[in-house]
Write a protein that binds this ligand. Structure first.
Ligand code: 5GP
Length: 193
C-alpha cells in the first residue's frame, strides 16, 4: 500500500535492531484517514471471503481493525490483555508472549461474541514473531470459527511471524513489508496489497 509505505518513510523511527516506532499515526496518535484507507484495502482483499467478524488485540490493532470492520460492515472484537471482573462466563483464552513488552499475558475474548459459523479476519498493527496472531487464531479455533486470514498493517519480514502463521494454514495479507533495516534506513519488500 503506497500511501502507507510513504507515511512509514516519512514518520517511522527505527529503534535498535528491530523495532519501528510509528506512534504519530498508528500506535499512539491515530491518523483516522490513513486507518480508513487501510480498512478499505483489507476489505477489498477479503471481499469474497464472506467475513462475518474482524478480530484484533488491544490496543494498537483496534484502529485499523475498526475501519476494516466498517468497510466490511461487520462487528469488530478486540481481545483483552487483562482479566476484567465483568468478564464472568464463557471466556476463551490464549497465552501470548509480547515482543515489545517481553512478558507473557493471557489474552481473552468472551465466547458469546464468536460462534462456529463465523468467518474471521484477524487484523493487527505489526507482525513480528507472530505470537499475537497465533494467540488470536487459537482463540477463534476454540470457538469453532474459521480464520480466513490475518491482515497486518506493518510486517517485519526479517522476523518469523509470517512463516509461523502460514505454517498454521492461515493466509497473511500485509500492507507494508519491511525486508530489513540497513544503515538506519528501511528497505521494503513487495507488499501483499
Ligand atoms: P508478534 O506477536 O508478531 O511477535 O508481535 C506483534 C505485536 O508486537 C504487535 O501487536 C505490536 O503491538 C508489537 N510489535 C512488534 N513489533 C513491533 C514494532 O517494531 N513496533 C511496534 N510499535 N510494535 C511492535
Amino acid at each position: 500500500m503506497q500511501l502507507l509505505e510513504e507515511r512509514i518513510l516519512k514518520d517511522g523511527q527505527i529503534l535498535g535492531d528491530n523495532i519501528l516506532k510509528v506512534d504519530s499515526f498508528l500506535t499512539h496518535q491515530v491518523d483516522y484517514k490513513l486507518m480508513k484507507a487501510i480498512g478499505k484495502v483489507f476489505a477489498e482483499a477479503y471481499k469474497e471471503a464472506g467475513i462475518t467478524k474482524v478480530v484484533t488485540i488491544e490496543a494498537s490493532g483496534i484502529a485499523p481493525a475498526a475501519y476494516a470492520a466498517e468497510a466490511l460492515d461487520v462487528p469488530m472484537i478486540f481481545a483483552k490483555k487483562h482479566k476484567n471482573i465483568t468478564m464472568t462466563e464463557g471466556i476463551l483464552t490464549a497465552e501470548v508472549y509480547s515482543f515489545t513488552k517481553q512478558v507473557t499475558s493471557t489474552v481473552s475474548i468472551a465466547g458469546k461474541f464468536l460462534d462456529k459459523d463465523d468467518k474471521v479476519l484477524i487484523v493487527d498493527d505489526f507482525l513480528a514473531n507472530g505470537q499475537a496472531a497465533k494467540g488470536l487464531i487459537e482463540i477463534i479455533e476454540q470457538a469453532g470459527a474459521a480464520v480466513e486470514g490475518v491482515g497486518i498493517v506493518i510486517e517485519k519480514s526479517f522476523q518469523d511471524g509470517r512463516q509461523l502463521i502460514e505454517d498454521m494454514g492461515v493466509k497473511v495479507t500485509s500492507l507494508a513489508r519491511i525486508a530489513k533495516f540497513e544503515d538506519g534506513k528501511l528497505v521494503f519488500a513487495q507488499a501483499d496489497a
